[in-house]
Write a protein that binds this ligand. Structure first.
Ligand code: ZN
Ligand code: ZN
Length: 584
């Protein structure tokens, strides 16, 4: 779902300047002006962050990752935190209070990353020039000739960039070194013959073209040298002791606090995930037993309940659409979801901002099959929201069959709820009504993913899928994935869980395919905490809903809760909870 953030911010920054939310007090006005000034300062200070957010103003600048640069960044964060401390949260309206929290979180967390987590030291995969150049080449934000000129400027610093990278890396992990090798090979691939052809065909002057070629050669040489240096490092790390990719309990709790902004501690969330796993297994056993005669008639019931559940899931997964009809099947489901939400009165929808299902544009493909939402920014109310669905044309028969089984007749509906209605698309539509650049840029990923997961449950609870055991069983398998991600991440990073045990957990206890499990293991060795974000958001929203339902009794309404919850933008659930409980 990274695309979500990118697309959201991209459109946003191109159109946002000059539009302000309605103001209430003088403190609100002062805050608003401050926030806008800070953003401008940030883009200048961190050109790469600007590019990631879809602001291409500084894309020609490549930041060289020296110690001096890191010191300047820390000073910047401290200056911003001091400035924010001058605002009295109690005098701000609810929207600005959330913005203040988001900004403070962002600067505190950024400072923590540099001074305490120090990934710049032990994760060689932090260094890779491929992305910035890739964006320049593949994002048509201006004519190609302009972008080639920007690239010419940006290439100048590549040798200095890799020199600083080497000087920064100390005591790295083997895993992040290997990842760096793989990714820098990719970066080298950006500077290819195709690019030279584009250069030759461009209207750049002969001098510019010659300079471009010289800088491109120097860039390629710098990456090649760096790859050789990394290969030697890899050999050394394989032979000798190396830092573990596991960050340990103390750092994990801190990273969880900064990344997730949860109302739970990491350990509390882990305990909750264990309890949910046990409860899901109990419910799945009942459903599988119920479905056995219908789908597995005549076959003996396995004594092992996990084996029995898996057998029923595998049988259900054989019911799926065809590869030819894949996109069309999704397209047909969207209006059905819309009318179900309307009929059951689950939350507000906006008929003036329809969702357009389209085949994923070629420039956005690359990650294989998939589905994602591209949403316009809050200041571009007339732009379409797209549901990008990648057709299965490029897949082998075997891969297509496996993909279609994963997105069988029931799971495909759950995917559509998650991505579209009332999941990501609906959440963004509501979020865009709160018109705040800060919320869009520093939005909380766990809230966004948590809402999408929560919305699946809202639909099924309301009777979507006719309360059939089939859709509930497959929803539980789907939900178990986020539960298991949380358990895995915590146990791998803080309890030394080994690969084989992790794979068994995923395949046996979460009913995953071997391929998914091995890919997940790999991801869990590179990242920390991120895998908990789905379940955390889901667990926090569920807990908040239960809290308010208990408090409001007969006055509680599903629609009231959903609309109110979505009205604060993509803020951390913890921050939304404070405002909702206080009745704001
Ligand atoms: Zn099939
Ligand atoms: Zn999602």
């Amino acid at each position: 779902m990274r695309q979500l953030f990118c697309s959201l911010a991209c459109t946003l920054l191109l159109t946002a300047c000059g539009t302000l939310p309605s103001m209430t007090t003088s403190e609100d006005q002062r805050f608003e002006a401050h926030a806008n000034a800070v953003l401008e300062e940030m883009w200048r200070e961190f050109p790469e962050s600007a590019t990631r957010a879809g602001n291409y103003k500084y894309i020609d600048r490549l930041t060289v990752p020296t110690q001096a640069r890191r010191d300047a960044s820390v000073a910047f964060y401290e200056r911003q935190l001091a400035a924010l401390a001058s605002f009295d949260a109690a005098k701000l309206n609810a929207g600005h209070r959330v913005d203040l929290t988001l900004m403070r979180n962002h600067f505190e967390s950024s400072r923590w990353y540099l001074t305490t987590f120090r990934a710049w030291e032990w994760q060689p995969s932090n260094y890779n020039v491929g992305n910035g150049f890739g964006v320049l080449l593949n994002t048509p934000f201006s004519p190609l000739d302009d972008r080639l000129k920007l690239m010419l400027t940006r290439m100048e610093n590549v040798p200095a960039y890799y020199a600083a990278a080497k000087a920064s890396i100390a005591n790295p992990t083997l895993e992040h070194t290997q990842l760096a090798i793989q990714q820098n090979k990719g970066a080298l691939g950006v500077f290819n013959d195709d690019l030279l052809k584009k250069l030759d065909a461009s209207a750049l002057s002969a001098t510019e073209k010659a300079q471009f070629k010289a800088r491109m050669d120097a860039a390629k040489q710098a990456i090649t040298d760096h790859l050789a240096w990394l290969a030697a490092l890899e050999t050394k790390l394989k032979a000798g002791p190396a830092r573990s990719f596991r960050i340990g309990r103390a750092l994990y709790e801190q990273k969880f606090t900064h990344d997730i902004q949860s109302g739970f501690t990491a350990e509390q969330l882990y305990r909750r995930a264990l309890a949910d796993k046990a409860a899901l297994h109990d419910s799945m056993e009942k459903l599988a037993r119920m479905l056995w005669p219908k789908y597995m008639a005549g076959q003996p019931l396995p004594a092992d309940r996990l084996v029995m559940i898996r057998a029923v899931i595998d049988e259900l997964s054989k019911r799926h659409t065809t590869r030819e009809a894949f996109v069309e099947t999704i397209r047909k489901q969207i209006p059905e979801l819309e009318s179900f939400v309307r009929e059951k009165d689950l939350l507000d929808q906006d008929a003036t901002r329809p969702l357009v299902v389209r085949e994923t544009p070629m420039y956005m493909r690359g990650g294989g099959a998939g589905a994602s939402i591209s949403a316009p920014g809050p200041f571009d109310p007339t732009a379409n929201t797209y549901y990008n669905v990648t057709p299965l044309d490029g897949m082998s028969d075997e891969d297509a069959e496996s993909y279609l089984r994963e997105y069988n007749d029931w799971t495909l509906q759950i995917l559509n709820i998650h991505e579209a209605i009332p999941g990501h698309y609906t959440q963004l539509m509501h979020s865009n009504k709160s018109k705040s650049l800060i919320k869009s840029l520093f939005g909380n990923g766990s809230m966004i993913e948590g809402w999408a997961v929560f919305s699946e449950k809202v639909m099924l609870d309301a009777g979507y899928g006719n309360q059939s055991p089939e859709i509930w069983l497959l929803w539980m398998k789907w939900n178990l994935r986020s539960v298991m991600n949380t358990i895995l991440d915590y146990e791998i990073q803080t309890m030394n869980l080994q690969r084989d045990a992790a794979l068994t957990l995923m395949t046996r206890e979460a009913f995953q395919q071997q391929k998914e499990a091995t890919e997940k293991w790999r991801r869990a060795t590179f990242t920390q905490v991120q895998l908990t974000s789905y379940f955390n958001g889901y667990a926090e929203i569920t807990a908040l809903r239960d809290e308010l339902r208990a408090k409001q009794g007969k006055d509680f309404s599903v629609k009231g809760f959903n609309n109110k919850f979505l009205s604060y933008g993509s803020a951390p659930v913890k921050a939304i909870r404070e405002l909702m409980v206080a009745g704001q």
